[in-house]
Design a protein around this ligand. Structure first.
Ligand code: CMC
Length: 437
């Protein structure tokens, strides 16, 4: 962290002595005021529910400029990565800080692909779930359950353990997500095939059966790979912060990533892709384009809880750059499949047009986010709606693990322990039962 020449001075109207707070500059982005000694110096905490103004860590992995609509992984714009690199190169970049050269790429791919199988016992673990269980419920259990299978990579303080657990998680997530899907439809699991690319392998494990081989379609494989790249990391979002907080207690990496999966499930976060597609299908069922006006009226109504899912973002106050790329992929995929007239896509584009012109959305800077279009692409690929968030979790695993490893390697890291503004009852005495009113 580079100290700024400027310092912040905090003064109090009750005559308490003012305090001077250091300010640090990042390489780019807003400066931060260092309040670590604030409590010791003033006896006061800061109050910031939802972390609206709080940098919880220093990180060198991903940078977002929400006003410009810019997303950089290790300095590289997402638009360049999406067209020039594949997902495993992106994983290398996020984990180790730079894109691999040809030899590093081959070595990394070999390391990941040699870990794609999961312990055979895990299928028995799966059997404990109901067939109609939500895939995210299963995935949370399976990822946490990995700590019961891979004892040689659970010590978060051992760099070698951290490295193997990172590779294992990246390699095994597609296998686990596909197993959760196959379990839900009662089909046999398909083992990974290591001469396929990461995305093709996932699609084959999803869609092949022992009776019929799956022949991957290049356009769909590219679309899947792009979905993985666009979701790979997104700085200190809710699930990543969850992974960091969970990992800060020294728990094993599989447990920390399982916490991230659980957090991602929520509809305000990763669950938005499922919610956005369900919303589009709902609007389509109840009148489609003709009734959009009515739907938008409900979204804007303060007394209704209806939201335009796939719109809005805590950080982006401009078009989410991932949404632009996903929109492009959406047209490419539906075109290749001869689904250019898909009513759901038409509906999505009509909703987007109205929202981008409507004062409610414009004044609140609500733009489409990545989830607005990723559901349409996944549906066209053949992925069931309930699996969308699990696919997001698969892709985000590398970001979670890169952020977790960065935190553990940071000499300033401490167990996360927020404080509170207490507003409950003050000290009182327990009355005997007969005297309680
Ligand atoms: N539809 C209608 N109104 C909205 C929406 C929406 N999707 N999002 C925000 N608003 C309104 C909100 O009601 C509030 O209005 P007012 O100022 O009148 O009270 C204003 O915009 C500010 O919203 P906020 O809830 O304070 O913003 P936030 O930063 O706390 O929430 C969000 C961000 C993503 C949770 C929210 O925009 C949302 O729920 N969007 C829909 C869910 C979604 O698509 N989530 C995916 C996010 S991208 C994928 C990921 O990274 O996980």
């Amino acid at each position: 962290m580079t100290p700024s020449d400027v310092k912040a001075t905090l003064t109090f109207s009750d005559g308490s002595p003012s305090v001077e707070l250091p300010i640090y500059k990042g390489s780019v982005g807003p400066q931060v005021i260092d309040i670590r000694k604030l409590y010791a110096q003033t006896g006061r905490f800061t109050y910031d529910p939802g972390f609206m103004s709080t940098a919880a860590c220093s990180s060198a992995i991903t940078f977002i400029d929400g006003d410009k609509g810019e997303l950089l992984y290790r300095g590289y714009p997402i638009e360049e990565l999406a067209v020039n690199c594949d997902f495993l190169e992106t994983c290398h970049l996020l984990l180790y800080g730079d894109l691999p050269n040809a030899a590093q790429r081959a070595d990394f791919t070999k390391r990941v692909t040699s870990h794609t199988m999961v312990n055979e016992q895990m299928q028995f673990f799966l059997r404990g779930f109901r067939r109609d269980a939500h895939p995210m419920a299963i995935l949370t259990g399976l990822v946490g359950g990995m700590s019961a299978f891979y004892h040689d990579s659970t010590d978060i303080n051992d760099p070698h353990h951290r490295e193997i657990s990172a590779i294992r998680l990246i390699a095994k997530m597609p296998t686990l997500v596909a197993m959760a899907y196959k379990y839900s439809c009662g089909q046999p699991y398909i083992y990974p095939k290591n001469d396929l690319s990461y995305a093709s392998n996932f699609m084959r494990m999803m869609f092949a059966t022992p009776c019929e081989e799956y022949v991957p379609n290049d356009v769909l494989v590219r679309a899947m790979d792009r979905i993985f790249i666009l979701h790979a990391d997104h700085e200190q979002n809710a699930s990543t912060s969850t992974v960091r907080l969970c990992g800060s207690s020294g728990t094993n990496p599989f447990a920390a990533i399982a916490a991230g999966v659980a957090c991602l499930w929520g509809p305000a976060h990763g669950g938005a892709n499922e919610a956005a597609l369900n919303m589009l299908e709902d609007v389509h069922r109840t009148g489609g384009i003709e009734r959009i006006g009515e739907f938008i009226r409900r979204v804007k109504d303060k007394n209704s809880s209806v939201k335009l899912m796939g719109f809005g973002h805590r950080v982006y106050k401009n078009y989410d750059p991932r949404a632009k790329l996903m929109r492009e992929t959406c047209h490419e995929v539906l075109g290749a499949l001869g689904m250019g007239n898909d009513p759901i896509l038409k509906l999505a584009m009509a909703l987007e047009k109205i929202a981008l012109e409507d004062e409610y959305f414009v004044s609140r800077k609500l733009y489409p986010n990545v989830d607005f279009y990723s559901g349409i692409v996944q549906r066209a690929v053949g992925i069931p709606v309930s699996l969308f968030t699990a696919v997001f979790a698969l892709a985000r695993t590398v970001g979670w693990i890169a952020q977790l490893n960065e935190m553990i390697g940071d000499p300033e890291y401490k167990i996360g322990r927020p404080r509170q503004l207490f507003s409950g009852a003050v000290r009182r005495q327990v009355k005997p039962l007969a005297q309680r009113v």
